[in-house]
Design a protein around this ligand. Structure first.
Ligand code: ARG
Length: 407
């Protein structure tokens, strides 16, 4: 008996995959696997109900802890892609690994997803799965299915596809972000209303300040209360979401080159990323901050690609860990007008001296202000010489041109 494990959500795509894996790919048995990375309860209910109606053997794996840990690694790397925090992207390798584990335990020889051939997720899933010997199957992509065809097929086969699914939008939710695309949003000029948002309120005039504590770059407490990563993220999503923090509307350049209009909500992620960067600003030296931007950018790129297990990422994290040793302290964040702005920071590792920088003291420790005079004389010296010679040569050319004109 041949078995195939299917990444299963209970939505239209993955539901039609179940009979197709038997009919078109010849498997005797399909098992569905849903991985919990912090989706709302309703999604599990939908998956469970659909699985039951299909008579599908269904597994639910809780990977929230692993995913939350990865989100926190992304905070240490200040990770964003084209301006938004990585949610979907970071979840995919976690989901893929969990499904692969179930597939191997259950003696499957195939592993399948319901992604189309247009998005990033097919690449992120398969990067993990193709490390194994299982047959990787992508029915929607391989059979060239459209939504319309899927709907007709589901009706014909009497598949349980009604209701649920979050309506007309295509939504992807996990602890770190909620992504909304499709339908009218496919028109980049379409201005969405409040109905696309679920985690964030439209910003009101209200404000609130909270204090976030970091230990070696990891968020550990809010307003003096310690939280485990999952709970900290959930708590902060609610706190910051109430002030409309973390909305993004962007034209995203996907890995295959397509541009796609994406809307996101990510209140906790935005708050933590802003706070973390503010603390780095206090403790890291200018040259560390400058160089770390390059490291962070590379980390983010690998994160976006779903390749966080690449050796490069391990090497980057070596550098990151070395800098994060000192990223311990607290940041005060103010929620205001849809923003989460750092308005105060404190660390015992501050590379800062109020006494040295102050307008009220005459000297910089043992250095007197006059000592800066010599530096000021040198500052911009080469450019002065270069500009003088450019100007002199221009004068000469003007003279020659004028002489030539007179002859
Ligand atoms: N484009 C984003 C990414 O690749 C997220 C896509 C989420 N999918 C959705 N149906 N909203 O990371």
């Amino acid at each position: 008996m041949t078995r195939v494990a299917l990444a299963f959500s209970g939505g239209l795509d993955t539901t039609v995959c179940v009979p197709l894996l038997e009919e078109e790919y010849g498997y005797d048995d399909v098992i569905g696997v849903t991985v919990d990375v912090g989706q709302p309860e309703s999604e599990f209910d939908e998956a469970e109900e659909t699985a039951e109606a299909l008579g599908l053997e269904h597994y639910v794996v809780d990977a929230k802890e692993e995913f939350a840990d990865l989100c926190f690694e992304s905070v240490r790397a200040n990770a964003t892609y084209q301006g938004y925090p990585l949610g979907t992207a970071l979840a995919r390798p976690v989901i893929a690994s969990a499904i692969l584990e179930v597939a191997e335990e259950q003696g499957c020889t195939g592993i399948a997803h319901g992604c189309t051939g247009k998005g990033n997720d097919q690449l992120r899933f398969e990067a993990i799965w193709r490390d194994s010997d299982l047959e990787v199957i992508a029915p929607v992509r391989e059979l060239g299915l459209t939504r319309e065809w899927e709907n007709e097929y589901a009706e014909e086969k009497d598949l349980p596809v009604e209701g649920g699914g979050g309506g007309k939008w295509s939504v992807d939710t996990n602890l770190w972000s909620r992504s909304v695309e499709g339908s009218e949003l496919e028109d980049p000029s379409y201005v969405p209303g409040e109905e696309i948002y679920n985690w964030t309120q439209a910003p009101s005039g209200d404000t609130e300040e909270i204090e976030i504590e970091f230990d070696e770059g990891y968020p550990v407490a809010i307003d003096g209360e310690a939280y485990e990563p999952i709970e900290l993220i959930q708590h902060l999503n609610e706190l910051a979401g109430a002030y409309g923090v973390g909305r993004t509307d962007s034209m995203e350049d996907r890995m295959l080159g397509l541009k796609v209009r994406e809307n996101y909500e990510h209140p906790a992620a935005t708050t933590l990323l802003n706070a973390h960067e503010a603390l780095e600003g206090l403790v890291l030296t200018q040259e560390e901050r400058e160089f770390k931007q390059l490291i962070d950018q590379k980390w983010s790129k690998k994160g976006y690609e779903g390749l966080v297990d690449a050796p490069l990422v391990g090497a980057l994290e070596g550098f990151i860990a070395e800098t994060q040793n000192r990223v311990t302290g607290t940041v005060t964040i103010r929620f205001e007008g849809g923003q989460a702005r750092a308005v105060g920071r404190d660390s015992k590792y501050a590379a800062y001296s109020a006494e040295h920088a102050s307008f009220n003291t005459e000297t910089v420790g043992k250095i007197s202000q006059e000592d800066a005079t010599g530096v000021a004389k040198y500052h911009g010296f080469q450019r002065r010489l270069a500009n003088e010679s450019i100007a002199a040569n221009q004068d000469e050319e003007v003279e020659l041109a004028t002489d030539g004109g007179e002859e």
